[in-house]
Design a binder for this molecule. Structure first.
Ligand SMILES: Cc1cc2nc3c(=O)[nH]c(=O)nc-3n(C[C@H](O)[C@H](O)[C@H](O)COP(=O)(O)O)c2cc1C
Length: 305
């Protein structure tokens, strides 16, 4: 059984929004939250069009726009996505799902039609920029959607179903899924979550290492009270994870720490029970294989003629 079931949420602690803001844009950004409760109200086509236009007006390396967005409104496709992306049922309830894909296929076709050289599906540099371009467009869409009274949540578990997505949406060679964005009207305004603050995340001029006390305090402030109850199953799972990735001595040390504290702390919960440190690296080879099968050879040595 997945030990993350019935755990207190890892999405963090609600933070009370500020009362005053310099303007509406800053208010929108500081009061945003991921939405997982959607009404069945449909997004009108003109609203959707505005949201999408705002997204594709985002900055993009060289103004190349190496991405495509699959717009999914079909209910049975959404239900299938919900299942494939780890039984996240709210995906099926949302009005629209957008699958963001890095897309060098369109540019490759353009180069072929116009007789231009092309190696973007075989170049790490193009991958690096194209991935960023894709996400930046997605985030512009989130903000535009929020501004028009919608809400959204990213779904990262497309990693669990790359092949299925490529198949379902007829993605050609050179097109690869990056992230799903689930969009719709909110049943209620989503909570605003606490974040690590500016002094922790922003480094003046150079990277400054926090000492242990300051680092622990930063995360304690972000996740106050996130203390997971000890159960024999959870202890067994954490011990097994620790044993597999760091060995028996570390496993014993981790369990002793938990027993001394009287609870499983936030980071033990993150990497011992939810994003399990032993499971997360599984399938690295397979991911590379799927990318190669999709004509995306961004990480391989390029063979010149
Ligand atoms: C790349 C990415 C993947 C995510 N995947 C999921 C997901 O699969 N399911 C989910 O419920 N939330 C997902 N989220 C939303 C995060 O859980 C959320 O952003 C985080 O808990 C912070 O909460 P906030 O967005 O309300 O500030 C994802 C967010 C990002 C940026």
């Amino acid at each position: 059984m997945n030990q993350s079931d019935n755990l207190p949420s890892h999405h963090g602690t609600d933070s009370a929004p500020k009362k005053t803001y310099p303007n509406e844009t800053i208010k929108l950004l500081l009061e945003r939250g991921s939405l997982r409760n959607f009404t069945d109200k449909k997004i009108p086509p003109d609203i959707m069009q505005t949201v999408l236009e705002a997204g594709i007006h985002a900055p993009t390396g060289g103004n190349l726009q190496p991405y495509s967005i699959i717009k999914i409104e079909n209910k049975s496709t959404a239900a299938l996505l919900a299942k494939l992306c780890g039984e996240q049922n709210f995906i099926a309830e949302a009005s629209v799902n957008l699958l963001f894909c890095i897309d060098y296929h369109r540019l490759q076709r353009w180069a072929e039609i116009e007789t231009a050289p092309f190696t973007a599906t075989a170049s790490f540099r193009h991958f690096w920029i194209g991935f960023q371009d894709t996400i930046i467009a997605a985030q512009n869409i989130c903000t535009a959607a929020d501004a028009l009274g919608l809400g959204s949540v990213y779904i990262g578990t497309v990693t669990e179903c790359f092949r299925e997505l490529i198949d379902i949406f007829d993605l050609p060679q050179g097109v690869f899924p990056v992230v799903l964005l689930t969009l719709g009207y909110p049943k209620a305004k989503p909570p605003v979550k606490k974040k690590l603050g500016v002094p922790i995340v922003v480094h003046d001029e150079k990277y400054h290492e926090l000492d242990d006390v300051a680092l622990r305090k930063a995360f304690d402030d972000k996740y106050p009270g996130l203390k997971v109850q000890i159960t024999p199953e959870r202890l067994d799972t954490i011990a097994e994870v620790c044993r597999k990735v760091h060995g028996e001595v570390f496993a014993q040390k981790c369990i002793e720490t938990i027993e001394k504290n009287g609870f499983i702390n936030a980071v033990q919960r993150y990497f011992g029970l939810h994003y399990r440190a032993d499971e997360m690296p599984c399938g690295n080879d397979e991911f590379m294989k799927i990318m190669e099968e999709s004509g995306c050879n961004w990480f391989k040595k390029f063979e010149y003629i």
